[in-house]
Design a protein around this ligand. Structure first.
Ligand code: GLP
Length: 241
């Protein structure tokens, strides 16, 4: 059997168009396989996508009733109820508006006492779910995916990672004071992300142009984590400015 490889680049003119195309891809996934395992992301890039998914759900166009979700990451020391946690981001922007059962929503527990055990638990849970069918990604200006900072091993799995200054700075907009920005996070590893059957990456705006260029033409190197996606069998990059 010939293994087909697909790397699709979709250039868009607006953030809304990017969000709509991504929503169409996820809607199609859920239509074909209602019990899909979806990998979800946080940040500014997927906000419009979530809004569109909620709209489609409210219009009766799609249901998450049989789906399962796994988020990429969570800050160490943060959890539900904390406005700057990724738990809360997901609750406010997606979960509270849709019919995804509470027991089917998964994020790493940044409040776990034993963080190493939590990382192992999360990785095993993904595996036990049958693996991620469709993973959503953003991209950091330094090429990070999830919170896999430059230098992350391509075969890494869910683990605790120290955030770089660059990442803390670009996420500062979500926090009131600089000292509130967490120093560490739990993130799915690059190996975990690469195990997803399909991947959709969103990148919009002038500050992402360099990263998109590097993703397209740069070397495949652990110094630019997203570059490994070029070795993945099924990726769609939706980008624009
Ligand atoms: C954050 C998240 C990533 C996200 C990236 C880009 O640090 N951990 O999952 O893709 O940074 O964020 P944004 O979409 O806000 O530019």
């Amino acid at each position: 059997m010939i293994k087909s490889k697909m790397f699709r680049w979709i250039e868009v003119n607006s953030y809304e168009q990017m969000s709509e195309i991504a929503a169409a891809i996820f809607t199609e996934q859920l239509a074909k396989k209602p019990d899909s395992v979806l990998g979800l992301a946080t940040g500014g890039s997927p906000l419009g996508f979530y809004k569109e998914m909620v709209r489609r759900h409210q219009a009766g166009e799609l249901s998450f009733a049989r789906a399962v979700t796994f988020n990429l990451d969570e800050y160490v020391g943060k959890g539900p109820g904390d406005a700057t946690s990724y738990h809360e981001f997901m609750h406010q922007n997606l979960f509270r508006h849709i019919d995804l059962p509470e027991t089917a929503r998964h994020l790493p527990n940044g409040l776990a006492e034993d963080l190493a055990a939590e990382c192992e638990r999360y990785e095993k849970l993904i595996e036990a779910s049958g693996g991620i069918d469709l993973q959503l990604l953003g991209i950091g200006v330094n090429g990070h995916i999830g919170f896999n900072e430059p230098g992350s091993r391509f075969d890494s799995r869910t683990r605790v990672i120290e955030l770089t200054e660059a990442t803390r700075k670009s996420n500062a907009r979500f926090f009131e004071k600089e000292e509130d920005i967490p120093a560490k996070a739990i993130t799915m590893g690059i190996g975990t992300i690469m195990s997803a059957r399909k991947i959709v990456l969103l990148a919009f705006g002038d500050n992402k142009t360099e990263a998109v260029k590097r993703l397209e033409n740069g070397a495949v190197t652990e110094e630019f984590p997203a570059s490994i996606l070029r070795k993945h069998p099924h990726v769609t990059v939706i980008y624009g400015k």
